[in-house]
Design a protein around this ligand. Structure first.
Ligand code: CP3
Length: 370
């Protein structure tokens, strides 16, 4: 598997343009005075502004109403001033576009009433035309780019679920503890699982490329459940599909961030797929991730534990400072190690964002007077 080549190095230099948003510059390894900051799933239930919108509309209707989805995407920017806006949507819009509809319940989360269980179920899945089938997502991105036209320093992030995580929801029919259906398919009929992953990979690649055309300046691939496999199986069922998606993207001008949860045992395999940025979960120490990623010219994002936001400010602040010091002035993006949790106190979110924005990587030394 190729790692970052000299040509990729040169291509990545294209991103080192002062006119780019801070996040894009950090992705490409520019030397910065402070890292950019945003939080995975930053628009959501911990914000009273979000809950007020959700009182009037269901989650899926919110995703499918571009004006409302754009409004909700901008709420964290207005409230806390992050360096990026992530479009409001969900990873499970792709299965729906492929013909495997999802509904969201308050208590259980996502539910597929017709999960993928037979060969015919896989064959029935449609190839997607993202501009048609997911036109509402493209509209959200277009609206957000227009809204952000007076804020060129703020990046607009698009995203997709990665093939393995999407397959897990489609096969299990929702969230799962043991992944018995998914793993049975893997043990009994690996080729069938590959044909499903292949179909999803084609959809994800088309979807992310369409998002870039619609205005996304950075894209993130979420593989929440990829950490459940040991390395040899990860190399068979997950890594090749990351590689296919990443290679389909114009990473010379639009960075791709790869997030794999529970990933300490697969860090090298993540880096082999040459994402622009590796988003680090809470288990891997940031310094370990950086030591592995920097020699490969891969930037690093993360990895404050989302539960640290429930700590007293006096305990939280030193955790933030430690990450800032470890992250340093090149190729680092401040973020959480997983999505922000619904009960998170907003004052601590503000504290984290303010602390990062006030940080200076280097104190400028006094110039000696001659
Ligand atoms: O980052 C953002 O602000 C953008 C929005 C975003 C959502 N989901 C909104 C959402 C993003 C990037 C996601 C990704 C997502 N969705 C992932 C990958 C990241 C991760 O956290 O691991 C996964 C696994 C999902 C699937 C999903 N969506 C689940 C399991 C649930 C139910 C559990 C939960 O958190 O409620 C959702 C629903 C969902 N997606 C909500 C939000 C704000 C809550 C819906 C509500 O308002 O009730």
């Amino acid at each position: 598997m190729p790692s970052v080549s000299a040509t990729q190095d040169q291509e990545r230099a294209v991103g080192k343009d002062l006119a780019n948003p801070l996040l894009v510059r950090a992705c490409y390894g520019d030397i910065l005075d402070r890292p950019p900051v945003w939080m995975m799933r930053q628009a959501g239930r911990y914000m009273p502004e979000y809950r007020a919108v959700r009182e009037k509309v269901s989650f899926l209707d919110l995703c499918k109403t571009p004006e409302l989805a754009a409004e909700v995407s901008l709420q964290p920017l207005t409230a806390f001033g992050m360096d990026a806006v992530i479009m409001f949507s969900d990873i499970l819009v792709i299965p729906e576009a492929m013909g495997c509809p999802v509904r969201f319940t308050e208590s259980v989360g996502p539910v597929f009433d017709h999960p993928i269980r037979t060969p015919a179920d896989i064959e029935r899945l449609r190839a997607i035309d993202p501009n048609q089938d997911l036109a509402y997502v493209m509209k959200i991105l277009g609206t957000l780019r227009a809204e952000l036209s007076n804020k060129p320093e703020t990046a607009l992030i698009g995203f997709s679920g990665a093939p393995w995580t999407l397959a897990s929801y489609m096969i299990e029919g929702g969230g799962s503890r043991n992944f018995t259906h998914l793993k049975s398919l893997m043990w009994n009929e690996p080729q069938r699982l590959h044909s499903l992953l292949e179909k999803i990979t084609i959809a994800v690649s088309a979807y992310l490329n369409a998002q870039i055309e619609a205005g996304a300046q950075v894209v993130q691939l979420f593989d929440t459940w990829a950490g459940i496999l040991p390395l040899p199986l990860y190399q068979q069922f997950i890594q090749p599909y990351h590689q296919q998606v990443i290679q389909s993207l114009p990473t010379d001008r639009v960075p791709v961030i790869l997030y794999v949860n529970n990933s300490p045992h697969v860090i090298d395999a993540i880096l082999e797929t040459a994402p622009t940025v590796m988003s680090v979960d809470t288990l891997t120490p940031l310094s370990t991730a950086i030591a592995k990623a920097r020699p490969k010219n891969v930037a690093v994002q993360g990895n404050l534990d989302p539960t640290a936001l429930f700590a007293d400010p006096s305990a939280l602040a030193p955790m933030v400072q430690k990450l800032l010091q470890e992250g340093g002035d090149t190729g680092y993006i401040f973020n959480l190690g997983h999505g922000i949790l619904p009960q998170t106190p907003v004052d601590n979110v503000r504290l984290v964002v303010d602390t990062v924005k006030q940080y200076h990587c280097k104190t400028i030394p006094n110039t000696p007077v001659t």
